[in-house]
Design a protein around this ligand. Sequence first.
Ligand code: SAM
Ligand code: SF4
Length: 483
Amino acid sequence: MKIKSDWILPDLKAAQKRTKNAVPYINHFELEDYVRYIGKGKKYYISTFGCQANQRDSETLAGILDAMNFEPSEKPEQADVVLINTCAVRQNAEEKVLGEIGNLKRVYRENKDLVIGVCGCMAQEEKLVHTIIDKYPQVRLMFGTHNIQDLPNMLYKVIYQHERLIQVYSKEGEVYENLPVHRFGNDKAWVNIMYGCDKFCTYCIVPYTRGKERSRTMEEILKEVNELKKDGYKEITLLGQNVNAYGKDLATNYDFATLLAKVAETEIPRIRFMTSHPWDFSDAMIDVIAKYDNIMPFVHLPMQSGDSDVLKKMGRRYTAESYKTLFDKIQDRIPGVAISTDIIVGFPNETDEQFQHTLDMVNYCKFDNCFTFIYSPREGTPAAKMEDTVPSEVKSKRLAILNQTWNKYALEKNKQYEGKVVQVLVDGPSKKDPSTFTGYSPENKIINFTGENIKAGDFVDVYIERAKTFSMDGKALCYNKNK
Ligand code: SAM
Ligand code: SF4
């Protein structure tokens, strides 16, 4: 396939560059008349893969499309524009995306005016973009994580100039404020506090796909939280690849602990944050989480491995011992805290003994929840160049053993809630059994329960009758609607 001269293709080497240049802040977004009505009488459909950052980006994409007078559609078959917001963290995420693009071929065959766009982290990957260019002609638009705000112009070119357009920038990135947003939830909202990542863990593609660490100002964040509170939102999650690196790039002396306290003082009922890196986890942060009732007693603390040599090769900047010390401190100083983690098995050349150290840590920490992954080589990262002698059957076996181990503790932890009452923020009727309701406890536990006259957004006290590994069952006692 011929590469057109005006296409901008991703460049992982350029994406890796970090300078001390000031981050540009852009807070002006305006639609010109020639793009404002493109969507009149047309519909859009957005499919989102991957992490919360992607979900939040999809809310911005939807906000921009709404501003262009498009309407959302329930199915891709009814849409004029389909955007697939992608994830590149592991190979299987990419395979799912390619599967979805493949399925859309039939829809495109029946409607040649359909614009199928691929955006997000996968679009930042050189190899994948070439695969899509060559093998998926139904994809007419590709753009990355740095130019969401330019969607109106890109759509104009694709729709009216009948172009196939690829515009993927590989750069440190800016901070955009005031982009339109169409929130997908009425009670819970994501709030970006920073973008990008400078940690460069050796296995991870994120620093290449999302640019350098850049924080929003505290004023903008607090303004957004106060607006959400005014609009009746009950829970916010502060988002960043490393939320606790917040502020390091700003010319101020405030950090994540300062921000967290200020957000708590808005008195929005529930505050969560995702993800905190063990290396940046300060004592001040622990004190703030312990001090404010509206900061939920839940910490996601990715461990990745329980072996110090593997952690060093991963570039994680902490040892197994220092992780343990931090874990103990969090558990001792935040009453009732629940702690979850991420673990990778089968990092290049991980030995049986090193894997055993990971199991030892799981046996020590007894996590409330674990997200476990088999290492997936990502082209362009240092780990992908490491020779790997561990057969894939061994990796799968390790994953199964790890899952069995943490599942046992998750059930044990949940059992401690039996006979107790927890406050649940209701998501709505359960998808599996619409005669029951579902929601989350402060500790981020999924609670399914029976009750009457309950709706999404209510706070309900639930008596826990039965604990399972991934959720708990109970019955509603009373309402606490305004808490
Ligand atoms: N910033 C967070 C941190 O430092 O822990 C994690 C963000 S990353 C998108 C989410 C999780 O994906 C990581 O914690 C890691 O366990 C997993 N992950 C990242 N790259 C991976 C890879 N190449 N193979 C397998 N799992 C990976
Ligand atoms: Fe990836 Fe490491 Fe950055 Fe987390 S801290 S996003 S794992 S590079």
